[in-house]
Design a protein around this ligand. Structure first.
Ligand SMILES: Cc1cc2nc3c(=O)[nH]c(=O)nc-3n(C[C@H](O)[C@H](O)[C@H](O)COP(=O)(O)OP(=O)(O)OC[C@H]3O[C@@H](n4cnc5c(N)ncnc54)[C@H](O)[C@@H]3O)c2cc1C
Length: 376
């Protein structure tokens, strides 16, 4: 029998919160993490709830999966608020998100989207320019209106990650740097073989390895089609403007928000240069220029700010929907890969993984999110 109750493979937001929830119930937990390309260390800190236009445009086939998951995003943001109250501050602000329209067509698109989101329980409203001026007077003159989703928010992922790691350590979670190359089940023990041949054993394993999950689970049932997606980010020096909302666009890829420091974080899905999963993606000049130029068009006053840092990070996509549940072929292995906007969903998915490991009913109905759906 392994020394650990739960072996968590992948130490991003999902693995970390799964470990905290398990250790909080007195489980002995080991996190084994490859230490490369965690989206959780590179992300923008947007708490997404409304359907992202970027996702609808890039992955139209997957958009119905995201739409069906909308109630999960609401629950996920509440989970973030719970963690912020317990272990924060994460600089979490939940004043809503604005998706901007620069033309009539975009406004019609947002109206249609809002109706679909309302049907899923989201609190959304279409604002005209006059109403928008009361909330966001700093927007460019060409903005005609916006969809306000009151459920959205933002946080500082660097602060959240540091505080959650500290909490995991306080609860006795152990961390080990290694890349798991294969999984073996031996009765009631899961053995995970590391790159250098070391074997990590536990009664149960949670695979929270994002882009690494598909390759690791090969041969354990229907393939989990996890894909790495290198993305670009920027952060400016502090600005005097006060932006409370998460800002997005009806047609173009962008997220824009302001941290408590006054700095503007600009991202939202611009590509970075893929150098393979074992290397950090590199920045593309065209993405940096395009991303900040769009930001400055939407909020002209920030065009005077200097960009302090740009970086690239690895996002993971599957089919738009979270993958969570025990492997039918090996019930002591639990898969936990969040759907689109995985940092938002991460703590809810991590908590559900811990609940499943403990034999408790998960915080949300997981029937539609299991790994066996890929058999179809
Ligand atoms: C630039 C960028 C901006 C983003 N912005 C947002 C945002 O604003 N809001 C939002 O909700 N989401 C955002 N995302 C998405 C979000 O960051 C990810 O979906 C989320 O962090 C995934 O968390 P995770 O715990 O599943 O995996 P990750 O944080 O990706 O961690 C997975 C870990 O598993 C490890 N691993 C992989 N394979 C193995 C293996 N075989 N053995 C051991 N370890 C392994 C990796 O090294 C990594 O450390 C963004 C992503 C990027 C890249």
């Amino acid at each position: 029998m392994g020394r650990y109750d739960v072996l968590v493979i992948g130490g991003g937001i999902v693995g970390l919160t799964a470990a905290i929830a398990s250790a909080g119930q007195n489980a002995r937990v080991l996190i084994v993490d490859a230490g490369i390309n965690a989206g959780s260390n590179a992300n923008a800190g947007s708490l997404h709830v409304q359907l992202q236009s970027r996702f609808i445009r890039l992955y139209p086939d997957q958009a119905p999966n995201v739409e069906a998951s909308l109630p999960l995003y609401l629950q996920a943001v509440r989970e973030w608020e719970r963690l912020d109250a317990l272990f924060g501050s994460f600089d979490l602000v939940r004043k809503g998100g604005l998706m901007l329209a620069e033309g009539e067509d975009q406004l019609r698109f947002l109206e249609m989207k809002a109706r679909r989101e309302e049907a899923r329980g989201l609190s959304v409203e279409i604002l005209d320019r006059r109403q928008l001026d009361a909330l966001a007077p700093w927007l460019g003159p060409q903005i005609m209106g916006a969809e306000l989703c009151r459920d959205e928010g933002k946080l500082n992922p660097l602060a959240a990650n540091v505080r959650l790691r500290a909490e995991a350590r306080r609860l006795g979670v152990e961390f080990l740097s290694d890349q798991v190359v294969s999984l073996h089940v031996d009765g009631a023990v899961v053995r995970a073989k590391g790159q250098g041949g070391q074997v990590h054993a536990a009664k149960q394993a949670v695979v929270a390895a994002a882009w690494g999950s598909g390759p690791l689970l090969k041969g354990w049932g229907p393939p989990v089609p996890s894909r790495a997606e290198p993305l670009h980010m920027n952060i400016t020096e502090p600005g005097e403007v006060r932006i409370n909302h998460l800002i997005q666009h009806a047609e173009r890829s962008i997220t824009l928000k302001q941290f408590g420091t006054g700095q503007i974080v600009i991202g939202g899905g611009w590509a970075a240069h893929d150098r393979g999963n074992a290397s950090v993606p590199s920045v593309l000049a065209a993405s940096m220029l395009g991303n900040v130029a769009l930001a400055a068009r939407l909020v002209p006053s920030i065009s005077r700010l200097r960009v302090l840092r740009t970086w690239a990070g690895m996002n993971t996509t599957v089919d738009g929907k979270t993958v969570i549940g025990r492997l039918p072929a090996a019930p002591n292995i639990i898969v936990a890969v969040p759907g689109d906007a995985g940092y938002t969903l991460g703590p809810l998915v991590g908590r559900a993984a811990a609940e499943i490991a403990a034999g408790q009913p998960p915080s949300f109905e997981i029937a539609n999110y299991g790994p066996s759906r890929f058999a179809a």
